[in-house]
Design a protein around this ligand. Structure first.
Ligand SMILES: [Zn+2]
Length: 265
């Protein structure tokens, strides 16, 4: 009882302080991706997912993997959220790198989760854990700074000011840019969820290596645009990056739906 209460308290505190920490697309970014994915689910996938998640929507379950970081029992999951590349790779270089990747990172764990979720004899507990992680990580790897450099912890140590508020490059892409739009996650989803069928097919066809390649290309460009210590004019930064941001949120949602539809067909 006591531990449960403590856990709830810890999670509550984590939620309150969430905007101060850098933990992947912030709560809103994840929910937008999840809500977009939800709109492209096949009826079979929707039914199968409801059997696992119950009344928790994909949008809401998208945040679980970040909230659980406040529980030390789940520390082992923390390196699943990102993959470091340290430089701009060409697509063939990226494919070669990933073919030899044996680290505990977003790429190896995405493959692990997809393989596990195909198993019919998976325990109920693991099916729920793995589905929540899969949803979250597909979303995370579309946040460009989750495919960035080791030495600055994916831009977390790349300190800048957003207007006059001290922050970092990672956090700007997790939260500040999204919050700047002043939309709820459902309003945001309605505003950007307009991918054509041709776009959706193309995005869903792309293998994970392509997702990571695209994200890494964006991250490398973001690094070159500013220097640590810069004070960013949020209006200008927003104007220059809003299309990239929205496209990554949209791609994440569409690709998440593609993976879920395949898994639960
Ligand atoms: Zn994350």
């Amino acid at each position: 009882m006591k531990t449960n209460l403590l856990k709830k308290l810890a999670i509550g505190i984590a939620i309150i302080y969430a905007p101060l920490q850098s933990m992947a697309w912030g709560a809103e970014g994840h929910r937008i991706c999840g809500q977009i994915a939800d709109s492209y689910l096949s009826p079979q996938a929707r039914k199968a997912i409801k059997e696992i998640l119950g009344n928790e929507s994909i949008a809401i379950t998208s945040n679980w993997a970040d909230f659980i970081k406040s529980d030390p029992d789940f520390n082992y999951l923390s390196s699943w959220h990102y993959i470091d590349f340290d430089k701009a790779y060409t697509l063939p270089e990226m494919q070669d790198f990933l073919a030899h990747d044996t680290k505990v990172d977003a790429y190896t764990k995405l493959n692990f989760l997809i393989t596990e979720l195909k198993k019919k004899d998976l325990s109920k507990e693991n099916r729920l854990l793995y589905l929540r992680m899969l949803i979250h990580i597909i979303e995370d790897v579309h946040q460009p700074m989750h495919t960035a450099h080791t030495d600055d912890k994916g831009g977390n140590d790349f300190k800048v000011n957003w207007f006059n508020t001290p922050t970092n490059l990672h956090s700007i892409w997790d939260s500040q840019l999204i919050e700047f739009q002043q939309l709820s996650y459902t309003e945001y989803t309605n505003a950007i969820n307009h991918a054509t069928l041709a776009q959706r097919n193309e995005w869903q066809k792309a293998p994970i290596a392509q997702w990571l390649y695209e994200s890494n290309q964006i991250a490398e460009k973001l690094y070159t645009e500013i220097k640590p210590g810069d004070t960013l004019n949020g209006y200008k930064y927003n104007f220059n990056h809003i299309d990239t941001l929205n496209n990554q949120l949209l791609k994440a949602g569409v690709r998440l739906a593609g993976v879920l539809n395949q898994l639960f067909s």
